[in-house]
Ligand binder design. Structure first.
Ligand code: ZN
Length: 326
């Protein structure tokens, strides 16, 4: 996707860039980082890097709307949404027992609101990906959330919600999810299990959470890998298998979960991929989409090391400078 100055797409990009962000993405729950390895300011740090180091004017970002209850009901049951009115449910999904004693309205405001904005960002990202050929939501990728339950810090199934909103306009779309977060995307696989319009490509560490053997049956292109896999083996697998999966799926859009919990210093992912390996991985996925002229939306997924934000920021910079030619 090279643009030149006579190109109308280039002119449009002078105004807006299909990267979606709001300050609401960061969890404002004070002290969360002390009881969970997650960097609660991760999303804002990536945004700041893109503004200050890459030089993207703040006005050029897209802002998401918060997903409405109606949006959430596209996928989730009423019973599940009601259960989130109890702090115990939120504590269980966040795997933080201490949250069960926090008043529910505080958790709704400080935690669930950010996930609703992230879900709104993924919804918007799908639309922008069709418009621009690519888009990046600086949050999202909650791939453990199922229709009637959450898990692994995932409350709402942002990708399935966005996908079913796309189906509202065109129900024959073929959708490919490339899930390269370290964890198995069991929520997405479970939600899409009977839908042959969705093609899931999932590379995950099979020795860690969630170990969902039922959901594993519904991954079309599944590649469980061992703990501590290194760059060469990991990248060779992607280089070999992604083009083939794209050929077989013929997707109209790729939704890419670019989890950085594959990083060697991530305590939850237990993989051994370097910063350079992650940047190369993201470039490889984007190049495959661009080469095949398939719109791509990237969402961030997991990433729990202190370096997660800067690695993602540098990787997006690399994509903008070397693949999209921004
Ligand atoms: Zn993960």
């Amino acid at each position: 996707m090279k643009f030149n100055k006579g190109n109308s797409l280039f002119k449009r990009m002078l105004n807006k860039v299909p990267i979606i962000f709001t300050k609401q993405y960061d969890h404002t729950f004070g002290g969360l980082e002390e009881i969970h390895p997650f960097d609660s300011e991760k999303y804002g740090k990536i945004y700041n890097y893109l503004v200050k180091k890459v030089g993207i004017d703040k006005k050029r970002f897209y802002t998401p709307e918060m997903a409405s209850k109606e949006d959430l009901l596209f996928i989730h049951s009423k019973e599940y949404l009601s259960a989130l009115n109890h702090s115990e449910t939120i504590a269980r999904i966040a795997e933080l027992k201490v949250l069960s004693s926090v008043p529910n309205d505080i958790l709704q405001n400080c935690l669930l609101k950010s996930v609703k904005y992230a879900t709104g960002g993924t919804i918007k990202g799908c639309v922008l990906a069709f418009e621009y050929g690519w888009a990046i939501n600086l949050s999202g990728g909650y791939h453990h959330a199922k229709a009637d339950s959450g898990g692994g810090f995932c409350f709402f199934a942002d990708i399935p919600i966005a996908v079913y909103k796309l189906f509202n306009n065109n129900n024959t779309l073929s959708i490919m999810i490339i899930d390269l977060d370290a964890h198995q995307g069991n929520g997405n696989a479970s939600i899409f299990k009977n839908d042959n319009r969705i093609h899931i490509f999932d590379v995950y560490n099979e020795r860690i959470y969630p170990g969902d053997f039922e959901a594993k049956k519904y991954i079309e292109f599944g590649y469980p890998v061992m703990s501590h896999i290194k760059d060469l083996d990991y990248l060779s697998l992607l280089e070999r298998e992604i083009p083939d999966a794209i050929r077989k799926s013929k997707p109209d859009i790729i939704i890419y979960i670019a989890g950085t919990d594959i990083f060697k210093e991530d305590t939850l992912g237990c993989m051994n991929i370097s910063e350079g390996g992650i940047i190369e991985r993201d470039e490889l996925v984007f190049r495959n989409a661009v080469k095949n002229k398939i719109p791509i939306l990237m969402v961030l997924g997991g990433g729990y090391s202190k370096d997660s934000a800067i690695i993602t920021a540098k990787s997006i910079e690399n994509i903008l400078k070397n693949v999209i030619i921004f």
